[in-house]
Design a protein. Structure first.
Length: 328
């Protein structure tokens, strides 16, 4: 039975990845902060077969203890402070967790596997936010990185450190440069879930309006459940490498609003949506669209859920949740 250790197990990607690995017969260990973590119950309820270990990406010794306990064949480093807007308010903490946390994870794996550098296959969750002020359209594995947020800068550090450990120590360390991927499990602070939640509440008469930032920002949005399959495929390759994971399509916030409101029978969303300067980024990333040709060719991966289906999935999920909460 293969064994896997997942940091960031409480996030949407961690939950979907754990489900995928369990379905493939893995023994799965989840690495999370503190026994009083408010999301611990979510994992225990949703995935009772996952064995939880406590630790912190800023503490190398705790990662080593987790490796000793889990003895994994594969290590998926999904842990990060991942809300981009938060990274400007807490740039130092974001850098420590999202950037230096990768170094700690890599170093822990190196020390644990010192007799066999490829003993544990390592996956690093890189991000399309690394492209920032995009230099080519679409973006692929060779596009110059120009991050526009502390989060993006921290991800660039982790990305290059993963490459460095692969080249310096012969580790089987791969990075997935994942473009925006969403799901009903996305946190409500992220714009896609913020919209789907608000649209469901507005349609039920529970909320009057919705405040957003830049409505013209364009993203390459896919389904998180599809993207974790790409992570697994990377670690099944004989040779480690870096891959862009994307739908190869771009859509604006306005398009997302169109689909979400129409799904609940509202044709004109303009009376319900307000732009608020508080939600504007200090340095905006205007256009992201990936070129995942390499992943499709080498890994045999492709997304299954298209953009309209993703929006409908998220709105339907939030409608059901809001009806339940309101007793409707």
């Amino acid at each position: 039975m293969p064994r896997a250790l997942i940091t960031g197990i409480t996030g949407q990607d961690g939950l979907y990845l754990a489900e995928l690995l369990l379905s493939k017969g893995y023994e799965v260990y989840g690495f999370m902060r503190g026994q009083n973590n408010p999301k611990r119950e979510l994992v225990e309820t949703t995935l009772p077969d996952v064995k939880l270990l406590t630790g912190d990406l800023t503490d190398l010794s705790s990662i080593l203890r987790a490796l000793d306990s889990s003895k994994p064949d594969e290590f998926y480093n999904l842990g990060a402070i991942s809300f981009v807007a938060y990274s400007w308010e807490n740039a130092h903490l974001t850098s420590e967790v999202t950037g230096l946390g990768v170094l700690n994870a890599l170093e822990a794996v190196r020390l644990y596997s010192k007799d066999d550098p490829s003993k544990v296959r390592f996956y690093q969750a890189s991000s399309s936010e690394m492209y920032g002020k995009v230099q080519t359209v679409p973006q692929n594995e060779d596009t110059l990185l120009w991050p526009r947020s502390p989060y993006g800068v921290a991800k660039v550090y982790g990305h290059y450190m993963t490459i460095n450990y692969r080249e310096s120590y012969g580790m089987h360390a791969s990075s997935g440069i994942l473009f925006n991927h969403e799901s009903p499990r996305r946190g409500p602070e992220f714009v896609t879930r913020k919209i789907s939640q608000a649209v469901s509440r507005i349609s039920l008469g529970l909320q009057k309006d919705l405040s957003l930032g830049n409505l013209d920002a364009r993203r390459d949005w896919g389904f998180a459940g599809d993207y974790v399959d790409a992570m697994w495929r990377m670690l099944q390759q004989d040779t480690a490498d870096d891959y862009v994971i994307s739908t190869n399509e771009t859509h604006s916030i306005r398009e997302y609003l169109d689909l979400a409101f129409k799904h609940v029978g509202i044709e004109d969303w303009t009376p319900y949506v307000k732009q608020d300067p508080r939600f504007m980024r200090p340095a905006e990333v205007d256009l992201l669209i990936g070129d995942s040709t390499k992943a499709r060719t080498t890994l045999g991966w492709e997304p299954k859920v298209d953009f309209p289906s993703l929006v409908a999935m998220m709105v339907d999920s939030d409608l059901a949740e809001q009806k339940r909460l309101a007793g409707l």
